[in-house]
Design a protein. Structure first.
Length: 109
C-alpha cells in the first residue's frame, strides 16, 4: 500500500523522504517489505500520504501471501516471481501459482 499510495500522489522516494524525514533507502526497503519502519517513522510517512498507519502498513492480500511464501520458495522462484517488470497482473498470477504449489505447507490445501 505504501508504494501504491506514493505513486497515486505522484511522489518520488526522494520527495517523500524530504516531506517525512525518513531516508529514501529506508522508504524503498519498506515498500518492498524488506524492513519494518519504527512506529514514529510510520506515523510521519502516513501523515504525509494522508492515510492512517494501520491501512498504510497492514499485511493484507498479496503482501501477506508473499511473506508466507518467501519462507518456502527457492531463490529461482523468487527471481521468477519478481521478474515481471511493470506488470502487476503478471505478478499476481505468478504469486497465485506459487501459492497453489505450496498450498500444503501453507496450510491452505
Amino acid at each position: 500500500m505504501l508504494k501504491q499510495r506514493r505513486l497515486e500522489l505522484d511522489l518520488s522516494l526522494y520527495e517523500l523522504s524530504k516531506l517525512s524525514g525518513v531516508s529514501p533507502s529506508k522508504l524503498s526497503l519498506a515498500e518492498r517489505d524488506l524492513i519494518k519502519l519504527p512506529e514514529w517513522e510510520k506515523a510521519r510517512v502516513a501523515e504525509v500520504l494522508g492515510v492512517p498507519v494501520p491501512e498504510l502498513f497492514s499485511m493484507t492480500g498479496e503482501r501477506a501471501l508473499y511473506r508466507s511464501l518467501k519462507k518456502f520458495i527457492s531463490l529461482d522462484e523468487k527471481i521468477w516471481l519478481m521478474d515481471v517488470g511493470h506488470a502487476p497482473e503478471l505478478y499476481k498470477q505468478r504469486l497465485a501459482d506459487l501459492a497453489k504449489k505450496y498450498a500444503a505447507v501453507l496450510g491452505t490445501s
